[in-house]
Design a protein around this ligand. Structure first.
Ligand code: ATR
Length: 497
């Protein structure tokens, strides 16, 4: 249930209810954060909240709230508001039994949520903790909120809630950035309440709360359920990646019960995260910097492309195991093939790093003649001799070697976030070449500007992103898909950014 937290002031709360009424399903009144909420004001709030589920909470300081005082004092404070019959009241796990009994006797219409918060860590044995502090007492619903310090914490919470959600109304949340997936995927693991904010009008009441509109509009929160297949981008950084927008749009257009998120991992989190994800409904990952080389070791097997390229950008699940592939090269080639055939063509590849390896391998497989030119000559030569083509240093390259290449591809980082730099001067670009830059930001790099001025046709970096993603979708969903329409979905979403 998407739950908006009302806090601080009556006026703000009223505004927030009106603003989010179309989207929220439940509202929590955090009594401890109000300086004063008169009985009359509370009545007005509850009247506004009549169509919704409500939670009344007066959180104690020891559990992250603002209420300082005894349980007895809190009971006296909260009692008049309980008579307004909220659907739920949230009491902490250590609330004395006689208060729970009084609640049951005096306010039988209000259901009890028993809660436990840990703002420092996620316990290493979540199952025992839950049994001890929550399930040992009778309640209508339970809530466990812990701070995620490791990416795997969120997956352990996911597994715990999924195992309990058939038998209990159970809410499991990992707070903080590393817990984000527990908030996006709550319906996938069966977590009951999801505490969210309206980012335009309110602050988070616990670390990591997400915006209600993002959840609904980007992640299609309302259509997520226990059968939803989960996919994600793994990398660091991942914030700038457009894939959660583009890929969720594809799932929407395909009417596929699937969701795509971004997950930032530290180097020491990759292996435990991927291994833990195997047992959960994660069905595939896109992998980006800095994990493309390391993630292969976590796969049951790699296909020929990934083996040759020595890097993996796609993990896809088959029979409970992750297999590895690399769609970077094929993405570049498909983007180029929209402008030119490659068989028998002469292609200059600038750069000899990881991206060049993927692209050169795929170009050679497509029957192109490739010359690698790199700042460091030895790297160009090494890559060329491994893959079977020619490799030279920038300084050793003479135009006599290739008078007029059919295709020029920049795979170096020159021009990335820099509109003035180019790996080739204008006079080195032959008029009839197709020029591609794999740098996606800026969209129009200096190299592509120079190429256009010479009348060349150009292929943008983002087009490689689009085509490599299309190939990923085919592996993710294990079915032939209409490449053109998926490419269009991605491009449309990309253009709308
Ligand atoms: P990626 O995995 O994205 O390909 P990489 O493996 O770090 O990244 O490779 C970066 C490529 O850009 C290399 O070919 C690098 O040339 P060197 O091998 O000489 O380092 C090239 N590159 C980076 N900065 C460059 C610059 N200022 N001028 C020319 N080439 C550059």
């Amino acid at each position: 249930m998407l739950t908006i937290v009302l806090q601080s002031s009556f006026d703000e709360s009223l505004n927030l209810i009106q603003k989010t009424a179309e989207k929220a399903e439940c509202f929590e009144i955090r009594l401890d954060t109000f300086e004063d909420l008169t009985k009359e004001q509370a009545k007005t709030l509850f009247k506004e909240l009549a169509p919704f589920k409500t939670i009344l909470t007066c959180r104690k300081a020891s559990q992250g709230g603002m209420f300082e005082g005894s349980f007895e004092k809190r009971w006296e404070l909260i009692k008049p508001y309980l008579s307004l019959e909220p659907t739920f009241v949230d009491f902490e796990y250590d609330t004395p039994d006689d208060h729970l009994k009084r609640l049951n006797e005096e306010f039988p219409k209000t259901k009890l949520i028993l809660s436990y918060h840990d703002f420092d860590k996620t316990d290493s044995d979540l199952s025992s903790l839950t049994k001890r502090v929550l399930l040992s007492k009778n309640a209508d619903a339970y809530k466990l909120a812990t701070m995620a310090n490791h990416a795997e914490d969120a997956l352990r919470m996911f597994a715990l809630v999924r195992s309990l959600s058939e038998d209990f109304l159970f809410t499991g949340i990992c707070m903080g950035e590393k817990g984000e997936l527990t908030r996006i995927l709550a319906p996938v693991f069966g977590s009951t309440f999801n505490y969210v904010i309206d980012k335009e009008s309110s602050e988070e009441s616990a670390p990591g709360q997400l915006d209600i509109s993002d959840l609904i509009d980007i992640y299609r929160y309302r259509s997520l359920n226990k059968a939803t297949k989960v996919f994600a981008l793994l990398g660091n950084p991942v914030a700038q990646s457009p894939s959660r927008i583009t890929h969720n749009k594809v799932f929407r257009d395909l009417n596929e019960n699937a969701v795509y998120l971004k997950i930032k991992l530290e180097n020491d989190e990759l292996s435990s995260f991927v291994n833990c994800a195997k047992k959960l409904p994660f069905h595939g990952f896109s992998v980006t910097v800095p994990f493309k080389q390391d993630v292969g070791a976590l796969c049951k097997s790699l296909d020929d492309r990934a083996n040759k390229i020595k890097a993996v950008n796609t993990l896809y699940k088959r029979q409970g195991e992750f297999l590895g592939s690399n769609t970077d090269g094929i993405g570049a080639i498909k983007a180029l093939e929209a402008s030119t055939k490659l068989e028998g063509k002469t292609v200059i590849v600038l750069g000899a790093g990881g991206s060049a390896r993927a692209i050169v391998y795929t170009l050679l497989s497509a029957g192109a003649k490739v010359i690698i030119i790199n700042r460091t000559a030895s790297k160009a030569q090494a890559l060329a001799s491994e893959l079977g083509c020619t490799g030279v240093g920038f300084d050793d390259f003479s135009h006599d070697q290739v008078k007029s290449p059919d295709v020029i591809i920049n795979t170096t980082t020159v021009g990335m976030n820099d509109e003035m730099s180019t790996p080739l001067r204008g006079e080195c670009i032959s008029n009839r070449a197709v020029v591609m830059d794999i740098v996606a930001s800026p969209k129009e790099t200096k190299l592509l500007k120079l190429a256009k001025e010479k009348g060349c046709s150009v292929v943008y970096g983002y087009e490689m992103f689009v085509y490599q993603a299309v190939e990923q979708f085919i592996l993710f969903l294990d079915q032939e898909l209409d490449r053109q329409s998926i490419g269009k979905s991605i491009k449309d979403a990309y253009d709308s950014l």
